[in-house]
Design a protein around this ligand. Sequence first.
Ligand SMILES: Nc1ncnc2c1ncn2[C@@H]1O[C@H](COP(=O)(O)OS(=O)(=O)O)[C@@H](OP(=O)(O)O)[C@H]1O
Length: 406
Amino acid sequence: MRPVCRDNSTQLDGGDMNFGYLGVARSRRRLIFLIMLTGSLGASLYALVTVSMCCSLVQPAPPVETRHLSRDSNTKYDQNAVLDHRLSNSQEKYGNDNLQSAVFTGVKHRFSAQNKEDIVHYYHSEDDEDYRENQNTDPSGRTLKTTKNATKKLPSAIIIGVKKGGTRALLEFLRLHPDIRAPGPETHFFDRNYDLGLEWYRKQMPATLDGQITMEKTPSYFITKEVPKRIYQTDKDMKLILVVRDPVTRAISDYTQTASKHTVPSFENFAILDNRTGVLDTSWSAIKIGVYAKHLERWLKYFPLHQICFVSGERLITDPAKELAKVQDFLGLKRVISDKHFYFNTTKGFPCLKKPEGSGNPRCLGKTKGRVHPAVDPQVLKRLHNFYRPFNAKFYQMTQHDFGWP
Ligand SMILES: Nc1ncnc2c1ncn2[C@@H]1O[C@H](COP(=O)(O)OS(=O)(=O)O)[C@@H](OP(=O)(O)O)[C@H]1O
C-alpha cells in the first residue's frame, strides 16, 4: 500500500474542487448542481461586495496571525497555551506602534525594485545556529558516530520549502526519529550547487544504515524553476515535503529576517507600490513566494500529488505531533515521534523538544526562529489577504486541502 500524507480533518472534497489535470471525473448532475450553486453564491457575493464597498462594511482583517489555530482538547500538547500566548503576543506586537518605530528606524526614501530584491536576497537561509549548536548530537541527545556499516547515500526525501514556513522546525523534529538522518546545513544542490555533481551531493549527507532514510531541506527549491525537473531526473520517486504557512505571515517573517540584519524601510514601504492608490508591489519577492499555486504547478508537471506531503506551518506550531504523524506515515516509517516529545515553551512562544530520558537538554530552536514581527498597517494586511485569497483557493483545490488562511 502506498504511504499517504493525509489529514482528514481539513480535506477538501476532491471531486468538486479538482482541476482537470488532477484527473477526477465529475458527474453531469454534480456539474449542474455546481453551476447553480456557483450562480447563487456569485450573486450573493456580488451583493455583499457592492454593499460593503458602498457602506464600508468590510472591516480590515484583525492583524492576528493565529486566528485559525485549532483547539483540540484531546491532545496532550497544550494548544490552549499556544493560543493564549500567541494571541496576547499578537496584541503586544500589533497594539504598540512604538515598538515598530523603535525597531525599524528605516531609511525613508523609496528603494527601487532592484534594490529591494538585493536586500531580500542577501540571505540564504539563516538557520545555521540550529544545527551548529547540535553538530555532534541529534535532537534526542545521541552522539553521532559513523558506524562501520553505514554509508552515505543520496536523499530519498527532501523538504523543498517554503522559506520561512517552518522547515527547520520540521527537520529538527523529524531528526528525533531513529530511522531518519539529515545534514544540518542546507545543501542547495538542486539550485546553486548542481554543477558540483551527484557525488558532491552524496558527500554532504550523513552516513546511514540500511533501512534508514536520508533527507535534506533546502527551502529555496520550491520557487526555483529548474529544480523540479532536476530532482525528477535524479530520482523520479523522490518524496517531497512542503511546509506552507499563511502567505501574509510568511511575507512578514521574510521581511523581519531581512530587517534583523539591515536597516531597511518599513514592511509597508516594500509592499505598497503606490501610496496614493495602495496598489501592492506584487513583484517583491517576499510577496511572490507566497503565490504557492503558481510554484506548485511547476512541480505537478513532474510529480504526482501523492508524492508531495503538505505540512501546515500553523499546525506545526499548534499541534506538532499531528503534523509529524502525517509525515512519518508519508515516509513509510513507524510513528515514533509523538506528543511526548514536545512541550510548549511560553517564553519562546513555540513548541520545543523535551529533555530526552537519560541525557540531553530540552531544546528550542535558536533566536533566528520565532522572531517578533513588526506591526503592519491593517489596511496593508487586508490588501495582502485579498491579493492572496484566489491563489490560496486555487492552492487548496490543487492540494485538496484547506489550510484555513484568511
Ligand atoms: N518550534 C518552533 N520554534 C521556532 N520557530 C518555529 C517553530 N515551529 C515553526 N516555527 C516557525 O518557523 C519559521 C522559520 O521558518 P524556516 O525554518 O522555514 O525558515 S528558513 O527559511 O529556514 O529561514 C519561524 O518564523 P518567524 O516566527 O517569523 O521567526 C517560526 O514561526
